[in-house]
Design a protein around this ligand. Sequence first.
Ligand code: FPP
Length: 248
Amino acid sequence: MSLKEKIDIERLPNHVAIIMDGNGRWAKSKGKERFCGHQEGVESVRVIAETAAELGIQYLTLYAFSKENWNRPTEEVNALMNLLVMTLESELETFKKNGIKLDVIGDIDNLPQESRTALSNVMAATESFNRMTMVLALSYSARWEIVNAIRNIAIDVENQQLNSEMINEKIFTKYLTTCNIPDPELLIRTSGEYRISNFLLWQLAYTELFFSQKYWPEFRREEFYEAVVDFQGRERRFGKTSEQIKGK
Ligand code: FPP
């Protein structure tokens, strides 16, 4: 039985989030420049987006550039931003062919104008697609997002648009950049690192975690199927007992 055949289509994770790690190490292991790793990483982005859409996953969130990544050498930051623009322009057909809608989370105002234009063009062109939403986390960090939400809540309280008594988890969630997106059910991190790295800290509260030893450029169809099969073998208890879950 192939890995794909082992997947129960009725119990797919609704939202898969991925920390795409190991582009640089993959390149080094092949004696290539770091940039080659990012280029090969884009191939994985395409394959995984297609695979997830074909399976019937509703949301795929990719950690493409963190706030901390701004501290990388300027050359690498510029190369990544250019790669993003080139990829968005060249992959519009992939979005269309697969019915994928593009969304973005993060401190977008910080991105170069060219990147923002490329993003809004693809978002506008894919707005009506509903097979799967691909969310790119760009200039994103969860602590930034949470502080930003708190600031906006404070502003609304000050303007009397919100009463402090009303603040609860549901209201708080509406102030996050992910307000229209359900929490991930599965988080994948590649390259054998076991960290969350400031990604979706609020949203990952009950998410199942899957760590792959493969570098991101090597993470393709079979690796994705493996993560989904592993997810389907988990018992999700949300703080309840195993007996409560089985008896429900
Ligand atoms: C992590 O590898 C990867 C990134 C910081 C960038 C991810 C970007 C891409 C896959 C390409 C652009 C994306 C899109 C959506 C067009 P690393 O550089 O941290 O690897 P290392 O830990 O081995 O150095």
